[in-house]
Design a protein around this ligand. Structure first.
Ligand code: PAF
Length: 286
């Protein structure tokens, strides 16, 4: 049976709903998304439900985080299907504003974060993290949740948002939840829908190669040689190009040449017209 889900489209209506819950002494969680929801998003909702009495999910395909030649136009939009999925996992409210509600005439503010946004997707997608930081700051201030949950799949994004909340004293706990994967290991992503059957088969090599590199790094193998090997293996598997494949510090995202603290391997690679990202934790060699 399908339950129904309340949908609000204005900041005023969102705030009225949240204020009512607050009057009842309830805790509120926010799960920001761009829609095209898959099991990864639904797992964020389930995590949020363990932390709060009420869960708000936002769906907004944010134009400010897409570059001029990126996929803003073709990004999947399927609100009715998404609302049904959210109703089935018993989310409490969908906030689905339109562009003019988020960026009214005259909007001129930009939230720009240093440090963790340098390199990786920050280099490959100029302006992307300003767009993410700006929209997430707005969503947090519009909803004022106790906790907001984001996927670790977008690891650089997660650290950027943690930095914003800390630096701007936004009174919210930012929680990262583990990446959900398909049976063959591919990280769940709305962009997987772009892949042809042949590309989808090749895409599964990405997490497999990452896992091999993690194991080798944890045995103490030299990191730059591992990165070169990984890039060569991705290209041999059929990836057109690799934007980056790097080991970074898990907390600061500073580049690392030896693993002396918990680290992360992060990758972005292109398969046909689709750009896939993934990352995995790397432990300190024994
Ligand atoms: O990860 C996403 O879906 C988006 O970048 C986010 C956090 C909802 C901001 O638009």
């Amino acid at each position: 049976m399908t339950n129904s889900l309340a949908i609000v489209r204005t900041v005023a209506d969102l705030r009225a709903r949240v204020a009512e819950w607050r009057r009842q002494g309830q805790k509120v969680a926010l799960v920001p998304t761009m829609g095209a929801l898959h099991e990864g998003h639904l797992s964020l909702v389930r995590t949020a439900q363990k932390l709060a009495d009420r869960v708000v999910v936002s769906i907004f395909v944010n134009p400010r985080q897409f570059g001029a030649n990126e996929d803003f136009g073709r990004y999947p939009r399927q609100e009715a299907e998404d609302a049904e999925k959210l109703a089935n996992v018993a989310a409490d409210l969908l906030f689905a504003p339109d562009v003019t509600e988020m960026y009214p005439e005259g909007f001129a503010t930009n939230v720009s974060v240093g440090g963790v946004t340098e390199g990786l997707c920050g280099a490959a997608r100029p302006g992307h993290f300003d767009g993410v930081a700006t929209v997430v700051t707005k969503l947090l201030l519009q909803c004022l949740p106790d906790v907001a949950v984001f996927g670790e799949k977008d690891y650089q994004q997660l650290l950027t948002i943690k930095r914003v909340a800390r630096d701007l004293d936004i009174p919210v706990a930012i929680l990262g939840a583990p990446t959900m994967r398909e049976a063959d290991g591919l990280a769940m992503s709305s962009r997987n829908a772009y892949l042809s059957p042949e590309e989808r088969r090749i895409a599964a090599r990405l997490p497999a190669i990452l896992r091999e590199l993690v194991a080798a790094a944890e045995r103490g193998d030299e990191l730059s040689a591992l990165c070169a090997r990984g890039i060569a293996e991705l290209k041999a598997a059929g990836f057109a190009s690799v934007d980056y494949l790097e080991f970074r510090d898990a907390e600061t995202l500073a580049p690392v040449s030896r693993i002396e603290r918990p680290a992360r391997i992060l990758v972005a690679a292109r398969l046909g017209n689709t750009r896939l990202i993934d990352n995995m934790p790397v432990g300190v060699p024994a």
